[in-house]
Design a protein around this ligand. Sequence first.
Ligand SMILES: *Cc1c(COP(=O)(O)O)cnc(C)c1O
Length: 383
Amino acid sequence: MSQTAVPFLPFVRPEIDEDTIQGVAEVLRSGWITTGPQNQRFEAALSEYFGGRPVRTFNSGTCTLEIGLRIAGVGPGDEVITTPASWVSTSNVILETGATPVFVDIDPLTRNIDLELVERAITPRTKAIIPVYLAGLPVDMDRLYAIAHAHKLRVIEDAAQALGSTWRGKRIGAIGDLVSFSFHANKNLTSIEGGALVLNDEDEATLAQKYRLQGITRTGFDGMDCDVLGGKFNLTDVAARVGLGQLPHLARFTDTRRALARAYFAAFDGGAAVKRGIGLPVADFEHGNWHMFQITLPLDALSITRGEFMARMKEHGIGTGVHYPAIHLFSLYRALGFREGMFPHAERYGASTVTLPLFTQMTEHDVARVVDATNQICEQYGK
Ligand SMILES: *Cc1c(COP(=O)(O)O)cnc(C)c1O
């Protein structure tokens, strides 16, 4: 019998159902394809999901975060405390407002911002904190908000990866100050590109709407004014329809991801990769949504680089990713004075992390394949 080729396993792939594809076709035929009724439905559905809090959608997670900062009143002269272990947009948006990003290191176990260090970094100029929930794992929300309240700081949660995550049984987004999500194609729920901001009240929602579309306010057909500097950040109805089609599946998506993460832990247990010092994520099955399953490579114990490891995985038919190199070591940030050695945990994580395949249409058999390949490569290239 001839051997059948094993299909390539990407590290992520969105799951879009036929009903959504049909729904998108209907939107395209409807004559109204940009922001309109689908967007209103999407915002209403999200608001219901977040316990009735106001929600506004945007065309990326990045601009959602930036508008969150503007609503919090962050601007030139202010400091915003955040983590260097994130996608670069987390701190680029701070620079966009004219404020100063203040990085603090991560807790090497959770890979999230270290709240002890946050407290120590607060100065009279600190205006806000942007925590990031890497791989969907929230920080200690009680502690975070105790710090914010004690120092009268705003919190703009970068919950880009955390839709479906919870804290003590409450949904991320249903609690907290300003909460920003992304619906990029790789996130747990996608609208192709997009984002949503959960707000505190209708005044903030009105302001969010202004920032979303050129700062314009309309009163009837005759009256139009522009009183804040807004941009062009609205979500199309095609995108909103994709997002709407995903929402009914979100609970299943999260359950499937949790089951696959459990399968990863079971498959890695006692194997060559773990013996050689590979780092696994925290096994938290209560709070996180398992947006990613990330290992850290024991680069000192291997004779290959991370890039070579990923190339070997590709030869095994397995896609992997890197999320994320430490932000403060990018040229833009070095030019602001950041250097190696400032945030050693984030640097080690950024240099050695590899994101393994994890998506809803994967099987436990696929997980076994990924772990077998990882074990083999660690054996083959162990020093
Ligand atoms: C995806 C992501 C963003 C940005 O979202 P976009 O929709 O790609 O603009 C920001 N922060 C984190 C942590 C992310 O994962």
